[in-house]
Design a protein around this ligand. Structure first.
Ligand SMILES: Cc1cc2nc3c(=O)[nH]c(=O)nc-3n(C[C@H](O)[C@H](O)[C@H](O)COP(=O)(O)O)c2cc1C
Length: 195
């Protein structure tokens, strides 16, 4: 795959962050891990409600449980990552318990802050929508009426692609993106973008 190139001027960190599958089994210092959640903490949110909650694995027992909740296709590689986490969203505003239709949007912002903070200190992250929904709510004891589990996240130090099963090695490379003009349009809805 060709290297990532920006079409417009942008901080290089936006291109150099990507989601690997090969991780070293090297522990993350607690302070570094906490610095990722600190970054997430300062994300913007509607009404400053901060509707995100990150559950993370601290012990081997947690790690084994979190890993067991992932789809097999993710377990294969995520097992090497020293920390697994789940990003949750609180569905209702704290101040009036009304449904918060922007909660997932805000949690996405917090996740991106976490991912970029990780990248800045040499850690990699990989989000995973592929987890067993029912089992995750049950085993993590998440109240379904109040919270939604958005995705799982693997966090750790990148390893060589050779450490992956053969089938995954070719995919271990940064992906490309759609052209800027297909994701940003001046004025009202662009009719030629109905795809
Ligand atoms: C919410 C979300 C869910 C994802 N789910 C999975 C997944 O289950 N398994 C996987 O291997 N990658 C998953 N990914 C990773 C994406 O495929 C990846 O972010 C995308 O291809 C862009 O590549 P990059 O992050 O390396 O830039 C997910 C990413 C996000 C943000």
């Amino acid at each position: 795959m060709s290297p990532r190139e920006s079409a417009n001027n942008v901080d290089p960190m936006f291109l150099s962050r990507w989601s690997p599958r090969a991780f070293l089994e090297k522990p993350i210092p607690e302070a570094d891990l906490m610095s990722l959640f600190e970054a997430a903490r300062w994300a913007p949110s509607c009404f400053n409600d901060q509707p995100w909650l990150f559950l993370y694995s601290k012990s081997e027992k947690d790690k084994a449980l979190f890993l067991s909740l992932l789809m097999d296709s993710n377990q294969v590689w995520a097992k090497a990552a020293p920390v697994l986490a789940f990003a949750l969203t609180r569905k209702h505003f704290s101040h009036n318990q009304a449904p918060n239709r922007l909660a997932a949007f805000d949690t996405g912002a917090a996740w991106m802050s976490l991912a970029l903070a990780a990248h800045k200190i040499g850690l990699a992250t990989h989000a995973m929508g592929g987890f067993h929904q029912d089992a995750a709510y049950e085993k993590l004891q998440v109240p379904r009426d109040k919270f939604e589990i958005q995705c799982a996240i693997a966090i750790g130090y990148r390893a060589d692609a050779d450490t992956l099963p053969t089938a995954l090695r070719d995919r271990e490379t940064p992906s490309q993106r759609k052209a800027t003009q297909t994701i940003a349009a001046a004025g009202s809805f662009p009719k030629d973008l109905l795809y």
